[in-house]
Design a protein around this ligand. Sequence first.
Ligand code: TYD
Length: 136
Amino acid sequence: MDIRFCNLQIHGDNRGKLNVIEGKKDIPFEIKRVYFLYETVNGFVRGKHAHKKLEQILICVGGKCSLRLNDGIKEQEVVLDNPNKGLYIGPGIWREMYDFSEGAILLVLASELYDEDDYIRDYHVFLKMCEAKGIK
Ligand code: TYD
């Protein structure tokens, strides 16, 4: 599965902490878009889509949340609970985000501008596309 934790630059001193990610240096793409999820409402599952080409890094900069990831063959659960943990998610991975803690902030760095045509929002279509690519 094309997911992995990536190394952030972690700086800290007696004043506090400061984490950095530089596009093309710490992660494999230039950052074209940044967005964040916050004030998430208990009980809702977010995401529920895959991307055709988009690459992303997810960092839970406050609180924690869980992710269910699926590449058409296997499923993996990841907990993001530390601002030092950046999760790279490549194209073709179905993702669901859930169990956000109170006050959680999920920061997302993306390789492209928003493009609804890059989304696969139907799980059955996703599985069919995996099948067509010989993944299943
Ligand atoms: P949605 O894809 O449902 O969020 P998630 O997958 O995180 O649960 O996005 C919610 C709305 O925000 C939807 O109408 C699309 C819009 N949106 C943008 O306009 N630009 C963006 O960069 C993103 C991520 C979403």
